[in-house]
Design a protein around this ligand. Structure first.
Ligand SMILES: [Zn+2]
Length: 252
């Protein structure tokens, strides 16, 4: 049995077999949690690289309960979760195909269970202590530093999470921008808050798929495909880097 520490959730569309760059699949698993089934996840192993769990992820309202995602990570004894999301740029300086890293978030979801603390399955943790010790900042500083190391000039963004799949209106896009959000997406919230509650390091890598509807939309010229490819090529080094990290302040 390989000892993996990291789970990578893939919420971007990649060509078939693209993930082979992260290693060969040695095990596949679905995990039954009190919040429903999570998976399938694949354990991937490559030479000179720690094993890593990798799974597809979707932010549609019909998706996995986000609590199942994080609970499953806990059941696998994982210490780090990276979600690679595709986002809509609210900030006009961001370009299609550009990858960014989330450093803070606004949770604008309305239909997602956003805490474990009201839940009977979480008796085993001391809720009061856990609530007092939620990490600040919410996204793992060590994982963010590792992403900067493998993807130089990665812009840091404020992420605004929505339920989807409806696109934002022009008025919403202007409002979200006034809130201070740079990127809009459906896969990092409330997952980041749930990871904080469980003391799991969590990071969000967000590749810009398009601009918000209040901005001029240019013809796609393959920027997204090129950006996804470049980001994917950086992940093996990221997997090696985060495996060597010392115990983190996220772990309460
Ligand atoms: Zn951390």
């Amino acid at each position: 049995m390989q000892n993996a520490k990291l789970l990578i959730l893939i919420a971007v569309l990649l060509p078939p077999r693209a993930l082979d760059v992260l290693g060969t699949v040695v095990e596949e698993r679905k995990i039954l949690t009190p919040y429903g089934e999570f998976g399938p996840l694949a354990l991937r192993v490559a030479p000179n690289q720690p094993a890593v769990w990798v799974g597809p992820y979707t932010g549609l309202p019909t998706r996995t309960d986000p609590r199942a995602t994080l609970f499953a990570a806990g059941m696998l004894n994982l210490q780090q979760v990276l979600t690679w999301d595709e986002g809509v740029a609210l900030n006009p300086i961001l370009r299609r195909g550009q990858s960014t890293v989330a450093t803070d978030y606004i949770d604008w979801t309305r239909h997602q269970p956003a805490t474990f603390f009201t839940d009977k399955h979480m008796k085993m943790i001391d809720r009061q202590t856990a609530e007092l010790n939620l990490p600040q900042p919410p996204f793992c500083p060590q994982m963010i530093a590792a992403l900067h190391q493998v993807l130089p000039k990665l812009p840091e963004v404020v992420y605004l999470g929505v339920d989807g799949p409806r696109r934002e209106t022009q008025a919403e896009a202007r409002m979200f921008r006034l809130f201070g959000a740079d990127v809009l997406g459906s896969n990092l919230t409330p997952e980041v808050a749930l990871a904080n509650e469980l003391g799991i390091c969590y990071a969000g890598l967000v590749t810009i798929g398009e601009r918000s509807v209040d901005q001029p939309i240019g013809e796609p010229r393959g920027e997204l495909r090129a950006g996804l490819e470049m980001t994917l090529q950086a992940l093996p080094e990221f997997i090696r880097l985060v495996d060597t990290l010392p115990e983190c302040s996220c772990i309460n």
